[in-house]
Design a protein. Structure first.
Length: 363
């Protein structure tokens, strides 16, 4: 990938282009491409995890909790959320598997008649009722019960093709949208129902972000079989590896999605007043904003930037899968900016929650 000022799409960008070594950010000052130097505050770091995992205590799953914990460590995950179908029977087993190197958070996949949702961060022994549909008009009380426990409620695979998989409830009651669900029923890591979920989420950002009512996106494997865990995974910026800190990062949208541990992304927007990453708000004071995406692990892939005006910039990656893309804008032109990284066949490799740009100039 060539480097230099030609990577800046907007000609009036006055921020000097930083040279890209082509060797990856790990060879530079930052310790990880997903934790760019100068962005994360002291004490904050990025943690990788899987938010949707099933053991033999769920229908059609083949692995024990112990086997899943072992596979999670092999996949280099820092945490996982156990989301058994409508059951707390394995909670004690799962709690015994949580350790310093692998945090286990209790959850549930709530499989209602009108769609499935995830309750992340529930209490030991807590079971969320699933025996209802959209016409019963009881979804709010069950979501509220999870919120009272400090949990996060996630719309799961909203466009799944089986009868009860299609999500029919209003999104407004939920905190987060699962836009990337793994390949547990298919050999394809990125499927048409994921593309539909991404499109729905992206279309809602323009209306909801200015009112601070947007829902962050997450991705998870929905593991049922061996070899699926961590594909995809959600990478969360948190103060520590604890359930409360991880859930707070997800709730705030301080996270991005990777297809595997081999994909890394640093996504920032910076202006005179500072810098911001996924899920954060950048005060621009009406000044120019430089958007930068640095990628590793996606050979011959494509990096695209998106705002409330749609797709605004694209760059291709070289055969080694590493590269940096720069683009400039301002808050008058863009209410937010987000990034997608795709493989050369169009399948998703990574995507991040948006950075909101605040401080439009008055005309």
């Amino acid at each position: 990938m060539d480097t230099g000022d030609h990577l800046v799409a907007k000609g009036r960008c006055s921020i000097p282009a930083a040279p890209w070594s082509g060797r990856g950010v790990k060879d530079r000052e930052a310790s990880s491409v997903s934790s760019p130097a100068g962005l994360a505050a002291p004490g904050l770091r990025w943690y990788r995890g899987d938010l949707h995992v099933h053991s033999v205590y769920s229908h059609a799953a083949e692995l024990t909790p112990e086997q899943l914990a072992s596979e999670a460590r092999k996949a280099r995950l820092d945490f996982l959320v156990t989301t058994e179908h409508n059951s707390a029977a394995a909670h004690d087993i799962w709690r015994s598997l949580s350790s310093d190197d692998l945090l286990v958070i209790l959850g549930q996949e709530v499989t209602t008649q009108s769609g499935h949702w995830l309750a992340l961060g529930i209490e030991p022994g807590q079971v969320v009722d699933w025996r209802y549909g959209v016409r019963d008009e009881v979804i709010e009380e069950h979501v509220d019960a999870v919120h009272r426990s400090g949990g996060v409620c996630v719309v799961a695979h909203p466009y799944a093709s089986y009868r009860t998989g299609r999500f029919l409830y209003p999104f407004e009651d939920f905190d987060v949208l699962e836009v990337w669900n793994g390949s547990w029923k298919s050999d394809l890591p990125w499927q048409a129902d994921n593309e539909a979920a991404l499109r729905t989420w992206a279309q809602g950002l323009a209306a909801h972000l200015p009112l601070n009512r947007w829902r962050p996106s997450i991705g998870s494997s929905d593991t049922h079989l061996r070899g699926q865990i961590g594909s995809p995974q959600t990478v969360v910026l948190a103060e520590e590896l604890s359930a409360a800190a991880i859930l707070a990062g997800i709730r705030a949208g301080r996270c991005w999605i990777a297809g595997s541990a081999g994909v890394e992304l640093a996504f920032t927007a910076s202006a005179t007043a500072g810098a911001a990453g996924p899920g954060e708000r950048l005060r621009t004071d009406g000044r120019l904003v430089e958007v930068r995406a640095e990628v590793q692990g996606v050979p011959m892939g494509e990096v695209s930037l998106h705002t409330d005006r749609g797709t605004v910039h694209c760059e291709s990656l070289d055969a080694d899968g590493s590269g940096a893309v720069r683009w400039c804008t301002d808050a008058n032109e863009s209410a937010f900016v987000r990034v997608e990284v795709r493989h050369r066949d169009g399948a998703m490799a990574a995507l991040a929650n948006p950075v909101t740009l605040a401080g439009r100039r008055r005309t």
